[in-house]
Structure formats: C-alpha cells, structure tokens
Design a protein around this ligand. Structure first.
Ligand SMILES: *[C@@H]1O[C@H](CO)[C@@H](O)[C@H](O)[C@H]1NC(C)=O
Ligand SMILES: *[C@@H]1O[C@H](CO)[C@@H](O)[C@H](O)[C@H]1NC(C)=O
Ligand SMILES: *[C@@H]1O[C@H](CO)[C@@H](O)[C@H](O)[C@H]1NC(C)=O
Length: 678
C-alpha cells in the first residue's frame, strides 16, 4: 500500500488558494500558539478487551504533535495528523502487523521516517484522515478553500484518489463539515456540520447536525440527525454520535439509519450513556460488534479517559476502563478501533523524555507567495528589538528577552504579570510594557512602565520606570518611531480609550487624549512611518464582546475601520508591517476548523493569524490549524525560515485541562453541577 500512498499528488488547480497580491513587505512575523509548547501528542493503542497486563503500544514516532488517528483498512497501519515541518499534514505510520505486538517491534517501526500522504501544498489544516475500505481513496478534512463569508469555517471534506492524486471536494459549497466517517461499505460518509446557519455564538455553543452523502461525489447530501457530532459507523445502518443534552451532559447515542430509494433517514435514535458524566467522541467498528469506545469525563476524575461500552442487546451496558489503569493521570482523546476489533487507539501526551529539542522559534509554513517568514514563539506578546537581534515576550507571568538566533539564555527581566511588549525606536534596550492583571476591568490597577536593559545581554543593570501613575488600567503601550511618544489605552474615564504621553518621562510630562467614547479602544500599535495608530475596538457594539480593527492618525483625524469579522466576531491585536501598508492580526475570521469538544485544550480555537492591507483589502490567512494562535508582531528583520532552538528546556508539559465547555451550571441556583475549569 505504501507506494501508491507516497505517490499521491493533489491536483493543484483544484485546491490552490486564489492568488493574493504580494505586498512588498518582507521581514518576519512572529506569533504565539497558546500552550503549544506544553503538549506533545502521540498515538497509542491498547487491547479492546480486558486483559491482565495490557501493553500500551506507541504507534507514532515521538516527534511533533501527532493526533486524530485512524487505522487503515485491512492492516494495523495508522493514519494520523501531524504538525511536523511547519504545517499540518497527514501521515501513515509504517506500523504494525498484528504480529508486531511487542513493544520493541512497534517502537522500531514507529521510528522509521515518515513521508506525508499529501504534498506540502496547499498549506491548510488537514484532519480526521480515513481510507475507503478498498484503500483507494483518502478522505479527510481540509481548510484549503476559503469560505465565502467571514466567520464561516473553511473546513470541508475532500477525497484524494491515491493512485492518481485526483482530489475532489465532497462538501457542498457554502457549508462546512467536520469529523468525516466512511461507512463500512465505503458508499457513504457521515459528517458533523454546523449547517447553513453557520456559527453564531461562543465556541461552547457550536452545534452541529449529522449529514450523510455519497463518498464518490458528495451527492445525496441528507440531514440525518439533528443535533449531533462525531459520527462513527458500527455497520452500514448504525451510527454512533455524541450530543449535549439540555442539562449540559455530553452523551453518546446510537442511530439506526435506513437507506431507501428516496434517500437516507434515521429510523431511531437512542441514548447509550446516561447523564451524570460526560461521554463523547464515540468509535465503533464492524470488527467489534456490540462495542463502542468513548472518551469520558467522570465526576471525581480530573482526566479524560477511554472506556469501552458493551451495548450488545438485552443487557445493561457494561463499561470497561481502557486507559485509566495504564495512565491514570493524563487526558486521552478521540478513540478509534482496529478493523479486526482487537485494539483501541487514541492520542495523549507522550509524557516526559520525548525526543523533541526545545524550540524558541518554530518555523511555520504559510500559504505563499510569501515575502516574509512566519514563526511561532514559545511565549506571548513577542516583539523584536529594532535591530532584529532580540525578542521580548511575556510568560504570563514574567517578561523575558532572548536573542533571536537562539544564542545565549532566556533572561527573565521582570517576574510579575506584564503584557504586552514593544521596543523604543531610538533608545536601545528600552522596552515598554504594562504591569498588572490582564483581561481586567477599567478600574483594575495596571500601569505602563519602561524597562531599560542596557545595550547588550551582559548588562545586568536593569531599571524600571513607571510612566503612568494612577493605575487606571493603563496598558498596551506602543512607542512612536521618532522616540518621543507612547500611545496606550487607559480606563481613566471609566471607559477604555487611547491616550498619548511622553515616552521618556511619562504622563507627568504631558498626556493627550486620542479617542473618546463609551466603549473599549485597546491593543494599539503605532505604524513605523508614524502616520497611523491601529487598535482594536468594540465601538460598533459597545460591550457586545465583538472587536474589530480601526486606525486613526496620531492627531486624531482619519478614523476608520479596517477589518471586522462580522457580528459577534473577534478581530484583535493589530501590528503594522515594516512598510506600514499592511497589518497582521488575530481573528476568528475563519471560525473553528474542528469540533471544539474533540480539541479541548484550546480556549479560543478559532484564533488564526491574518494580514490585511490598511485599506481593508487583500485579507490573507497565514495559519491553518485548530490551535489558538494570537498576539502577532512584524519586524523588517528577515529570519531564515528554519526552527531556532534554545538552551533552556521548556517545563510543565501537558499541564492543560479540558476546557470550560464541560461545565454544567444549575439554571436555578447558578451552582456548578459539574466543573472542569481551564
Ligand atoms: C521534516 O522534519 C523532520 C524532523 O522532524 C526532518 O528530519 C525532515 O528532514 C523534514 N522534512 C522536510 C521535507 O523538511
Ligand atoms: C543603571 O542604569 C541607570 C539608568 O540607565 C543609571 O542611572 C545608573 O547609574 C546605572 N547604575 C549602574 C550601577 O550602572
Ligand atoms: C493629521 O495627520 C495627518 C497624517 O499625518 C495629516 O495628513 C493631516 O493633515 C493632519 N490633520 C491635521 C488637522 O493636523
């Protein structure tokens, strides 16, 4: 099977993004992916049936983040998603003949080099791979083609014929599909789709319905189950899925599907797991009749675990714990069952002692044609010094400075909570930040400070100067390129508006109000040519939670909105390009790319990095993943597109938790019935 798989080529014409204009910008964009340095997933498997000494086998190679596996039909090889080499792609693990069930053989096979099943282009999210039963077609989710409107998901199901590389989109135009599952005969694909209404509320409110369509061409698309996600076929007429009930519990359900000449319909739907604990992401297989593997969050347990439920007729459902006896203190995600019904796979953190070298800057491939390089940094609010040699970033808490080539050490220059960072244009080694809690109300004590590091990394004389005095939530300082002024936001009028003060001596030497109104203006950035200040604001709907990007001249004229992702949309953290003609920003413009409950370690999984010309045209998506990307900045300094290591080992791996959408609040008393806070 390997040869046709490796020979797979996409038909570029179909998937190529529309050619954007190249803006003559260059330089480097650096951003953060929340928590990414704290987890490294691998795919593992355990016996599906209880056994006295279950041997957990690692099926992936301990490199990068590997997740959402699926067994290939007729073999124990595993298809999976990995973000190695700077973009998400699909891989086939060379593992595992049924005989190779010893840990050593499995590890040797897993160590073999991997080639992606799909070529690098297009740069897009690829997710939930599976093969048709005859092994001829790879079916998967991709974000290769933009949605027609802002805040609509780009996720759609594609099929690639492996012998020819011929690729077709199976999802109907104008809708998004997640979590595809191919039926045992190969004739049908079931998906979770937010439907034509799209995404209206918060991440935890994302509801999907289950549609079924033909694997060959996406035809006969039919809504089969209202309110359900993550379908999995047990046989040609039985689909398991998850649904959140009216109290808030996720449960697993079974639907009987009938196919008639008139189309498909669900003839019955029954709940399999009772309320009282969360059960989601079911996996069934014709090879394991009467069994369904699920992930659960049970009260009293801090972890998501894989359990197998015996749902064969006439008995009370019996539960069998798969992962808790083996790795009690870890989250286990998104199970899948081998074709012969003997093993259940899942992903979890690979734990300590993994093979990754700690990265300071991870090169991320972005959809071309690029004139800049793109990096993820292990920290928030990164900014480059104006000679490109140093990067400041915050650790929430702590403010750090590193050399951008990875030499030297990560210096902590402030230990408390500080955000964000920006460098003075004229005085070398002077950084502006604000000190106090983030995401706080207008009256919270936060002040803008400048921190002087001295000229080079040997200088240990770090001094700090407070520039604002009243603590009225003064934050997000950004200096003018002539070195004279700093723009910042302040809550001193009881609303957050923008002000400009003396850069060296602070507000004591003069302050001027730039914006005024009963709303929030924040996250300001002064353009390198001095002409504009970009900022995020909810002035179009004060207090409504929706932010858009605006610009204003430093003298207060010329105010205009640059980019907005629509009602309820969040577009934040603008930063000018070196030529002042574009902005990089973070936004939910492309909505979410996976069912959030299957990807729970991201608080705002819709966060992606985009650029836009300052006239509002030419919006380009730079990142394609289901992680939370944010706080970008842009420097004229061009960093070679390759990973930059660092001398310090990152700590605290895999310390994330399942997120807030698992909480259940009693509607009468407001008390938590179940809490899984982040
Ligand atoms: C991908 O990354 C691996 C290490 O993770 C490296 O050995 C390999 O050369 C890279 N491949 C490409 C095509 O860059
Ligand atoms: C440290 O730096 C400050 C401000 O740059 C300066 O006034 C002070 O003399 C320096 N102290 C030492 C010991 O170098
Ligand atoms: C305000 O600044 C802009 C940009 O520098 C300039 O074009 C404009 O003439 C200024 N307007 C006033 C009233 O000073």
């Amino acid at each position: 099977m390997a040869t046709p798989l490796l020979a797979a080529l996409l038909v570029a014409a179909l998937l190529a993004s529309p050619a954007p204009e190249v803006s003559a910008t260059g330089g480097t964009i650096v951003f953060t992916t929340l928590g990414r340095s704290r987890y490294s997933f691998d795919i593992f498997s355990l016996p599906l049936a209880p056994s006295p000494n279950p041997a957990e086998i690692r099926l992936t190679d301990g490199t990068s983040v590997n997740y959402n596996g699926n067994f290939a039909p007729g073999s124990d090889s595993v298809l999976f998603v990995s973000e190695r080499n700077g973009s998400l792609n699909l891989y086939l693990s060379p593992v595992l003949s049924a005989a190779a069930s010893s840990r050593r053989e499995a590890l040797e096979a897993a160590a073999a080099p991997l080639s992606p099943l799909l070529p690098w282009d297009p740069i897009a999210l690829k997710d939930r791979p599976s093969l048709t039963p005859d092994g001829s077609h790879l079916v998967y989710v991709s974000t290769a083609l933009p949605a027609a409107e802002p805040r609509r998901s780009w996720a759609a199901v594609y099929s690639t014929e492996l012998s020819t590389g011929r690729t077709s989109r199976l999802t109907a135009p104008g809708v998004a599909d997640f979590s595809p599952a191919v039926s045992p005969s190969g004739e049908w694909i079931a998906v979770a789709s937010p439907g034509p209404a799209g995404w209206t509320g918060e991440v935890e409110d994302l509801r999907t319905d289950i549609y079924v369509f033909r694997t060959t061409d996406g035809s006969r698309r039919t809504l089969v189950i209202h309110d359900g996600g993550w379908p999995s076929w047990a046989d040609e007429s039985t689909v398991f899925f998850h649904r959140r009930d009216s109290v808030g519990w996720y449960g697993v359900y079974r639907a009987r599907i009938s196919v008639t000449d008139d189309g498909l319909s669900a003839v019955s739907v029954e709940r399999v797991t009772p309320p009282g604990f969360h059960a989601f992401t079911p996996a069934a297989s014709p090879g394991a009749p009467g069994l369904v593997a699920v992930a659960t969050r049970r009260p009293g347990s801090d972890y998501r675990h894989i359990e197998v439920i015996d749902v064969s007729g006439g008995r009370t459902n019996a539960y069998f714990e798969v992962t808790r006896p083996v790795a009690p203190r870890g989250h286990h995600f998104n199970p899948f069952i081998s074709p012969d019904g003997t093993r259940v796979g899942y992903h979890r953190c690979r734990g300590s002692g993994n093979g990754d070298s700690p990265l300071l800057l991870e090169n991320i491939k972005s959809p071309g044609p690029d004139t800049f390089s793109l990096f993820r940094i292990d920290g928030s609010f990164p900014s480059f010094s104006h000679d490109g040699k140093r990067i400041a970033f915050v650790g929430l808490p702590g403010l750090y400075v590193v050399n951008s080539d990875g030499s030297g050490v990560r210096r902590r220059i402030f230990s408390g909570n500080a955000f964000p960072t920006s460098w003075d244009w004229k005085r070398k080694g002077v950084i502006y930040t604000s000190i106090g809690p983030d995401f706080a109300s207008e009256s919270t004590t936060v002040d803008v400070v400048s921190i002087s590091l001295g000229d080079d990394e040997e200088d240990s004389n770090i001094t700090m100067k407070k520039l604002t005095v009243g603590g009225e939530n003064n934050a997000f300082p950004s200096p003018s390129p002539d070195g004279k002024w700093v723009v910042f936001r302040s809550g001193r009028s009881e609303h957050k508006n923008l002000y400009i003060m003396d850069a060296e001596h602070g507000e004591a030497r003069g302050i001027r109000r730039l914006t005024e109104g009963p709303w929030s203006d924040t996250m300001c950035n002064w353009s390198p040519d001095g002409e504009w200040i970009a900022f995020a604001s909810d002035r179009h709907n004060p207090g409504g939670g929706s932010f858009a990007i605006y610009m204003v001249h430093p003298n207060g004229t010329g105010l205009r909105r640059v980019v907005h992702s629509g009602d309820g949309g969040r577009t934040n953290h603008p930063w000018f390009s070196p030529d002042s003609k574009s902005l990089v920003f973070t936004s939910d413009y492309a909505a979410v790319s996976a069912e959030p409950v299957s990807n729970p370690h991201h608080y705002q999984p819709y966060g992606e990095i985009f650029t836009v010309d300052i006239d509002g045209s030419n919006i380009r998506r730079l990142t394609h993943n289901s992680f939370e990307d944010g706080t970008p900045s842009w420097t004229p300094y061009f960093l070679e597109p390759q990973d930059v290591g660092e001398t310090l080992q990152a700590s605290g791996r895999c310390s994330f938790q399942d997120c807030h959408w698992l909480n259940i609040q009693d509607t009468q008393s407001d008390e938590l019935i179940y809490g899984a806070s982040c």
